[in-house]
Design a protein around this ligand. Structure first.
Ligand code: ATP
Ligand code: MG
Length: 431
C-alpha cells in the first residue's frame, strides 16, 4: 500500500482537491507546493484536468516532473493532454526514461479512445502457474497495478488468452493451474475503440475493468470502471451543454476570460435569432395597439411552446446518445408527440383561454388564445423531435444548439399564430 495513506486518507484527499479547485490559482499553488509529491499527484488527479494542468504548468518543472512520476500513468496523461505541446515535451525530457516512455506511448492515443483511457499497469499471468502462485504474483504486483481485481492470462508473446477475477482465484483449489480455471471467452476492446463504446460495454457486462488489446490480440492495458464514469459524465455534460450552445469544456469555475471567449459567440447567434422574432412581431404593431391585452399573452404562448419542445428535444437527444432511439423511429416519435401535444395543448389552451376570459370578458380573444396555444404546442412537439433527428441525419451532433433552434421556432410560430389570428379576427374582438 502507498505510504502517504498513513497521513492522508482517500476522503481527505478528495476533499482537499475539491477545496483547491475553488481557490484562486496562486493560493492553490502554494498549498500544492507544500505537499509531498505523491499526495500532490493524488490531489491533482481528483481535480478537473483543465485546472490541474494549469497548476502543474505553474509549478517548478522539477517538482511537476516528480509529481507526474508518482501518479498513475493514465491520470498523469489526462493532465498532460491539457498542456501545450512544447511544455509537454519539456516535462517528458526531464522524466526518468522508463516513465517517460510509458507516458509518451499513452499520450499517442486519442483521449476519447480505449487507448486514451487505459493504464498499462495490468496484472498479466501465464497459464501454467498454479492458483497459489498466481495469488503470490498478484500480491507482489498489487502496489503498482491499476486494479488487482482481475488478472488477465497471456502467452509468451503477451497475447490475451483468458481472464480471472480475484474471487475466481480465491475460490479455486490452490494447486489447480490457471489454464484449468480461466475464462477463455474474454470481452476486450482494441486501443482505438471509441470511449463511448467502451462505456456502453461496461454498461452491458457490468465488469469492473476491461482489457485493452492491439489488432494482433496483444494485451496493452486495462480500462477501469472509474475512468469510464468520467467518460459517461463528460458525454452527458457535453450533450447538456451543446443543447444550449455551450462548449463542452465550460464550467462555472472557468476563468472569466475563457468564459467570455467561449460563451459570447453563441449568445450573439441567439440574439440574432431573437431579432428574427422581433421582425415577425413588428408588422403586427397595429393589431397590438388596437388590442393591447394580446401582448400579455405573447410570452405565455411562446414560452409554453418552448418548454414543451425542450422536453421533447431533451428526450430525443438523450435517447439518441444512449442508443435507445434511432433515425428510423422518427415517425413513431412524431406520432406520439402529436397525440401528446393535442391532449396537453387542449388542456393548456383551456386554461389560458379561461384566464383570458376572466381578464377581458372577450370570448373572441379567449378563442384566439386557445387556438394559438394548441397550435404552438403541437408545432413544438413536432419540431422538438425533428430538430435533433435532422441534425443526426445530417451527420451533426443532435444536441448541437437544438434548444436554441427550437425556441426560436416556437417563439416565431407562437407570435405568428397569436398575432395572425388576432389580425384576422380584429373586427370580431372589437365590436
Ligand atoms: P464479484 O461478483 O464479487 O464481483 P466475480 O468473480 O463474480 O466477483 P465479476 O466482476 O462479477 O467478478 O465478474 C464475473 C465473471 O466475469 C468473473 O468470473 C470474471 O472472471 C469474468 N470476467 C471478468 N472480466 C471479464 C472479461 N473482460 N471478459 C470475460 N469475462 C470476464
Ligand atoms: Mg459477480
Amino acid at each position: 500500500m502507498r505510504s502517504f495513506q498513513e497521513q492522508y486518507t482517500e476522503p481527505e484527499i478528495v476533499r482537499l482537491a475539491e477545496g483547491l479547485q475553488k481557490k484562486p490559482l496562486e493560493e492553490a499553488l502554494q498549498i500544492l507546493e507544500g505537499l509531498p509529491a505523491e499526495v500532490a499527484g493524488e490531489v491533482l488527479r481528483h481535480m478537473t484536468p483543465e485546472i490541474s494542468s494549469e497548476l502543474l504548468a505553474r509549478l517548478e518543472r522539477r517538482e511537476a516532473v516528480e509529481i507526474l512520476e508518482e501518479m498513475a500513468p493514465d491520470s498523469a496523461v489526462d493532465i498532460m493532454e491539457e498542456l501545450p505541446q512544447a511544455e509537454r515535451e519539456e516535462l517528458l525530457r526531464e522524466m526518468e526514461p522508463p516513465e517517460a516512455k510509458i507516458l509518451e506511448e499513452l499520450i499517442s492515443y486519442p483521449p476519447d479512445t480505449a487507448g486514451g483511457l487505459m493504464s498499462p499497469q495490468v496484472v498479466a499471468l501465464v497459464q501454467d502457474l498454479t492458483v497459489e502462485e498466481a495469488i503470490a504474483v498478484l500480491r507482489r504486483a498489487a502496489s503498482e497495478a491499476e486494479t488487482i481485481y482481475y488478472a488477465y492470462v497471456v502467452d509468451r508473446e503477451r497475447r490475451l488468452l483468458g481472464v480471472l477475477s480475484m474471487r475466481d482465484l480465491i475460490m479455486s483449489h490452490p494447486k489447480k493451474t490457471i489454464a484449468e480455471i480461466m475464462h477463455r471467452q474474454v470481452v476486450a476492446v482494441t486501443a482505438d475503440t471509441d470511449a463511448e463504446e467502451v462505456a456502453s460495454l461496461f454498461d452491458r457486462y457490468n465488469f469492473l475493468a476491461l482489457p485493452v488489446i492491439d489488432r494482433a490480440n496483444h494485451l496493452l492495458g486495462i480500462v477501469t470502471v472509474d475512468d469510464v464514469l468520467d467518460v459517461i459524465r463528460q458525454e452527458t455534460t457535453e450533450d447538456m451543454h451543446r443543447l444550449v450552445g455551450l462548449p463542452k469544456e465550460e464550467s462555472v469555475l472557468s476563468p472569466l476570460r475563457a468564459a467570455l471567449k467561449r460563451r459570447i459567440p453563441w449568445l450573439l447567434v441567439n440574439l440574432i435569432t431573437a431579432f428574427l422574432t422581433a421582425l415577425v412581431v413588428a408588422p403586427f404593431a397595429e393589431t397590438i395597439s388596437a388590442v393591447a391585452i394580446l401582448a400579455a399573452f405573447m410570452p405565455v404562448i411562446a414560452g409554453h411552446g418552448g418548454n414543451t419542445g425542450t422536453q421533447v428535444t431533451t428526450l430525443v437527444v438523450r435517447g439518441l446518445a444512449v442508443g435507445e432511439v434511432a433515425l428510423g423511429d422518427l415517425w413513431r416519435i412524431v406520432r406520439k408527440e402529436l397525440a401528446f401535444g393535442l391532449i396537453h395543448g387542449v388542456l393548456a389552451g383551456v386554461f389560458t383561454a379561461a384566464l383570458a376570459l376572466l381578464l377581458t370578458q372577450n370570448p373572441w380573444l379567449a378563442l384566439i388564445v386557445f387556438v394559438a396555444m394548441v397550435g404552438n404546442v403541437l408545432i413544438a412537439g413536432i419540431m422538438g423531435s425533428l430538430i435533433p433527428l435532422a441534425l443526426k441525419r445530417l451527420g451533426q451532433d443532435p444536441a448541437l444548439a437544438s434548444a436554441i433552434w427550437l425556441t426560436t421556432f416556437t417563439d416565431i410560430c407562437g407570435f405568428l399564430l397569436l398575432l395572425g389570428l388576432g389580425t384576422l379576427l380584429l373586427g370580431r374582438m372589437i365590436p
